[in-house]
Design a protein around this ligand. Structure first.
Ligand code: T1G
Length: 707
């Protein structure tokens, strides 16, 4: 018993309540409090059974993730959970775990040490540790296969997805689903089972023998394919497999050994950084938590194309009625047909029911005019990426929208202040930059203009969470955070093929680094014509005499826009699989010759350094300018919007692992070779590198300064 663990009695039932807001993590003091409470209840003759429950919104969200950094830094020993788990399992009185919200990680491990588990309908159980680069470290890989069977335990521990209440019941993880009040239901259940012999999960071996060895091999295959670069999923499979070969105690020792290996891995450090990063980006230093946010009960979208359609689905998915306007019936029909097709695919995959699809479609109102736009709480413009058209649209909606309506643009590069200048209410104008496919990609870049009000920003950040997005605030500049940094990354990828690397080696090298796709493959997917149009739109801003990539423009002049035309940097077969294109290789030779570029063999290390350090250097420039609030904001943008491997933390985290002094030295080397117009080291990078500091340290100081 202590502040975070309370023990009470309801007649003959002891009730242990964990109260450690916000998510009842097993922070220091909690395991000790549980241990003491179980002991006290066991020794109390008046007690027939024990119920353990969480206060607030959830059961237990796991070990306290903040403690892992202290453990790897040697600041504190590992929190010993085993004594508490054994005390529960060996309790003389049966212990019933009452689950609501989430029983995740150490939370499910505590629950499985109990003799019975009851759950409410909306709750979930899971072992998401692999998402933090870890494995269950408190007996989860040994107890879960004993309850749910080996195959399901492998899946849950290796891939980390939660299981809902009904499925947990069917699997044998829980014993009853409680409708109505959980505590009362749990106490009634405890009275029902009191006096029955307590079943210790660690002794329930009956499901272990049923394992098909192929389960492990196929899980390893899947993990190698879908979790490239990540050791934790494979370690989790090894640990569950150990449960089928070793005694419970030996299995726990093997689990502890594998857990320790993962805990001290750079991947785990990066994934834990990314976990907290997603929470940090919602905190805007100059926008207090209690800033008034507008109430968004209805939305309207202009444009039902690829982006407009996806954005519309986000609002319908969140249960918000949404109008979508197009300029022609054909375009409107095409847009709605795509939305319907996407929903039907989700129903087919069992993501939600036909009824849920119908509900969402019913929230979408297609139209060819602005009827009802004067009632909308937010209007999102998703028209063609041209300044003139966007300003025309903003002038139109400015004339009809109600005064409290937020006017958002989905522009991916254009000046928000210039768009806002087309209205009489620039304080209500903001960028909501979604990523394609907008109904799938988690990132929402929220772009503040110089006049955008704090209320509009606060509303946008909260709305992002409601739309199941990770919202990151960016300042207004060309390309904001993501696309501004992407430009030098793509530039270097194209320079490297002019200088001698093959298209395939550039794509392969960055893919092996961990990106979802190589840069030239991404350009082919997005369509080379998109970049071509933007280059033309900004040609007037280009500094004369500065080297620019040449191949993409030549390919576009030949009508080769990438996947959509079957040819771009690569050639694509009928299944859109990329193939080397000898004609592109010949074109690159010709372009290099015309430009007087001597082609040479280029090593993978140079490909990684040129592309990544160009990206990182630009990140340091915009961080220094305040376009990004923190380095972690940049990392969250890249992990959630650009396919940067989460197990590398993000480009700025990666730079810290390399060492900013090495990054700076390389940038200066490239500046000497390619000129300062292309490779001018960012002042912030120079400052931190010379002071032996890191981007993470820069953030920490920033957060402390604004606290
Ligand atoms: N430890 C410490 N802080 C945590 C935490 C945790 N486990 N989970 C959440 N928080 C903080 C979070 O940073 C935020 O803080 C606040 O709580 C609200 O979180 C031994 C090794 C439970 C589904 O991986 O998935 O157990 O920003 O914004 O959207 O084998 O939090 O307010 O300062 O996310 O309602 C395994 C992690 C740990 C679950 C709730 N457990 N958490 O989502 O709120 S490893 C997990 C979540 C482990 C054992 C192993 C979610 C949630 P702040 P939130 P939410």
């Amino acid at each position: 018993m202590n502040d975070s663990v309370k023990l009470a009695r309801r007649e003959d039932i002891a009730v242990i309540t964990i109260d450690n807001p916000p998510v009842n993590a097993l922070s220091p003091g909690v395991p000790e409090g549980i241990l003491a409470s179980v002991k006290a209840a066991s020794e109390d003759p008046a007690v027939k059974a024990v119920v353990l429950i969480g206060a607030g919104s959830t059961f237990i969200a796991g070990a306290d993730i903040r403690e892992f950094g202290k453990m790897t830094a040697g600041e504190r020993p590992r929190i010993a959970l085993y004594p508490m788990l054994l005390a529960i399992e060996d309790s003389a009185k049966p212990v019933v775990m009452a689950i609501h919200g989430q029983a995740f990680g150490g939370g499910l491990e505590v629950a499985m040490a109990g003799h019975y588990r009851v759950i409410v309908p909306g709750a979930q159980v899971g072992q998401p540790e692999v998402k933090l680069g870890l494995i269950p470290g408190a007996g989860g890989t040994q107890r879960l296969p004993r309850l749910a069977g080996v195959a399901k335990a492998v899946e849950m521990c290796a891939f980390g997805e939660p299981v809902a209440a009904q499925e947990a019941l069917a699997l044998g993880i829980v014993d009853r689903v409680i409708e109505g009040d959980l505590l009362n239901g749990a106490i009634a259940f405890a009275r029902e089972i009191a006096g029955r012999p307590a079943r210790k999960t660690r002794e329930r071996d009956e499901k272990l023998g049923q394992a098909d060895p192929a389960v492990f091999a196929s899980a390893r295959d899947t993990a190698r394919k879908t979790r490239r670069g990540q050791p934790a999923p494979l370690a989790a499979i090894d640990a569950v497999e150990a449960a089928t070969r070793l005694s419970f105690e030996e299995g726990c020792q093997e689990e502890a050994r594998l857990f320790h290996e993962c805990l001290f891995s750079i991947q785990s450090k990066a994934l834990i950084y990314a976990f907290f990063g997603e929470r940090t980006v919602s905190k805007i230093p100059d926008i207090p938590k209690d800033t008034k946010a507008y109430d968004i009960r209805s939305a309207a979208v202009i444009g039902a194309g690829t982006m407009g359609g996806g954005i519309t689905m986000n609002y319908a998915n969140a249960g918000i009625p949404v109008r979508v306007k197009e300029t022609s019936q054909d375009a409107l029909d095409r847009g709605i047909a795509t939305i319907r097709k996407n929903y039907a695919a989700s129903v087919q995959k069992g993501r939600f029911s036909q009824a849920a699809m119908d509900e969402r479609m019913a929230l979408i109102r297609p139209q060819l005019n602005y009827d009802g736009f004067d009632q909308a709480d937010i209007i999102v413009e998703a028209v063609f990426e041209g300044m003139a058209l966007k300003k025309q649209v903003f002038a139109e909606i400015d004339a009809i929208a109600k005064s409290s309506c937020i006017l958002a643009s989905n522009t991916s590069t254009l000046d928000i202040d210039e768009i806002a200048s087309a209205t009489k209410r620039p304080q209500m104008v903001i960028g909501h930059h979604f990523f394609s496919p907008a109904n799938v990609m988690r990132l929402l870049e929220v772009v503040r203009g110089k006049a955008t009000s704090k209320e509009v920003i606060a509303t946008s950040m909260a709305l992002g969470k409601r739309l199941k997005k990770v919202a990151v605030l960016a300042g207004n500049c060309r390309g904001f955070i993501g696309n501004r940094m992407l430009a030098p990354y793509f530039r270097e990828a194209q320079f490297l093929i002019e200088e001698g690397a093959s298209v395939e080696s550039v794509n392969r090298t960055l893919y092996d680094f961990g990106w979802a796709m190589g840069p030239l493959a991404v350009s082919d997917l997005a369509g080379l014509d998109v970049g071509w149009r933007i280059r033309k739109e900004f040609q007037h801003l280009e500094k004369p005499g500065v080297r620019v990539p040449l191949v993409a423009d030549r390919l576009c002049e030949m009508g080769r826009f990438g996947q959509k035309t079957g040819r771009g940097f690569s050639r694509y077969d009928e299944n859109r699989r990329p193939l080397p294109d000898p004609e592109t290789a010949a074109l690159i030779d010709e372009v290099a010759r015309e430009a007087g570029i001597h082609r040479r063999p280029i090593a993978p290390e140079e490909i990684v350094d040129r592309c990544l350090f160009a990206l990182i250097n630009e990140g340091a420039w915009l961080l220094g300018e305040g376009i990004a609030l923190r380095a972690v904001d940049i990392d969250v943008v890249y992990v959630n919007g650009y396919g940067f491997p989460a197990w590398r933390g993000g480009p700025m985290f990666y730079a810290d692992t390399v060492g900013l002094d090495k990054v700076l030295a390389r940038v200066e080397e490239f500046e000497a070779r390619h000129g300062s117009d292309l490779w001018s080291p960012a002042p912030l990078l120079q400052q931190l590198a010379r002071a032996g500091q890191t981007f993470a340290g820069y953030d920490k100081r920033g957060i402390e300064a604004s606290a």
